[in-house]
Design a protein around this ligand. Sequence first.
Ligand SMILES: *Cc1c(COP(=O)(O)O)cnc(C)c1O
Length: 420
Amino acid sequence: MLADTGRYAELAARAAELDAADPLAGLRDRFLLPAGVVYLDGNSLGALPAAVPPAVEDVVRRQWGASLIRSWNDHDWWQAPVRVGDAIGRLIGAAPGQTVVGGDSTSIQIFNALSAAARLRPGRPLLAVDPDHFPTDRYIAESFARGHGLEVRFVPPAGLPGFLAAEGARVAVAAYPPVDYRTGELHDMAGLTAAVHVAGALVLWDLCHAAGALPVELDALEVDLAVGCGYKYLSGGPGAPAFLYVARRHQARFDPELTGWTGHARPFEMTEPYEPAAGIGRARIGTPPMLSLLALEAALTAFDGVDLGALRAKSQSVTGFFIDCADALLGSAFAVVTPRAPERRGSQVTLRHPDAYALVQALAARDVIGDMRAPDMLRFGVNALYVSHADVLAAVACLRDVVAEGAHRPFLDGERSTVT
Ligand SMILES: *Cc1c(COP(=O)(O)O)cnc(C)c1O
């Protein structure tokens, strides 16, 4: 590390003070983080919760290994999708019976939610979608629209109320993320939901970067549909299945395109015709990946007893401190992309720099793990369950050192790896 500047010492003292006063500091023990690693990529793949390895061992050896197929009853595998759904529901402001973890990816759940929304709003030809939405959300909306004679209109969140005022009667569904996955900007979920409803359309929120990161109030905001993945802030493990929320008032008419046998009212009769189960169970599709689903269930215990308001306050404190560190330690080649107003950001900080890829590689070589989004954004996710103020100071100081030493230069022209 370079010689300490006065500013670094000041920041280190502040980090120590903030971490000492952090009521959530002990939650870090619920995760198995490698010593010496600063992990700021929990917005892409959450860290391993300590509860997961023994739970997976139990599922594999005692349940699958010894109970065999009896596990569907004896260990209540059959009800796991709604049970785990309700556990996630507690983190997103959803009363029980409205959230299901059917076992599929977010992408599949987006498709099914869009199809159900279009059937709930027949005769409306438009889907409003954030042009900066995560690619899979855009690709699936476009493919779905193409297959059904509908049209996607890409409308930024800020322009959505105006668009709806003009075209709202033709819009079936608006599909948006509360948090921009690249910049970390937090959109006005309440205001946009209300604007969509004034137009008589449905809203589909993708909570991938919100669930487990900040309080979400689906029931209170009268959200219609929501999806989200299990592996980011929920820390459910690589490829953990996604969740789908269907507001209770829509469930009786919830008629998605993918109707699999596990969503049938009496699946084991294996009869014709398809008759949907009552309630959220009809959103199930096929046999869930039980190992992943039960790993996710164990991971969610990391939130036991955690007040989401306190988690949000810590997240805002850590991300705010990150920005302070960036201002103090990094040169003008870096720009802070994430909004500085704490109420306008999710739980990550994004910096812009032309050498983003090489810088992220050089950081990772020093055990500071973030990621980048092309062409020039360095992303640093803060899961406030396990990231401290000292962590983000260490990350920013490391970035300063990498630049000062030119340690990223060997990565400038190298072949790019796909994920980080
Ligand atoms: C991460 C993410 C996804 C990922 O979709 P998968 O099907 O789980 O790969 C989708 N949408 C958003 C907004 C995301 O952030």
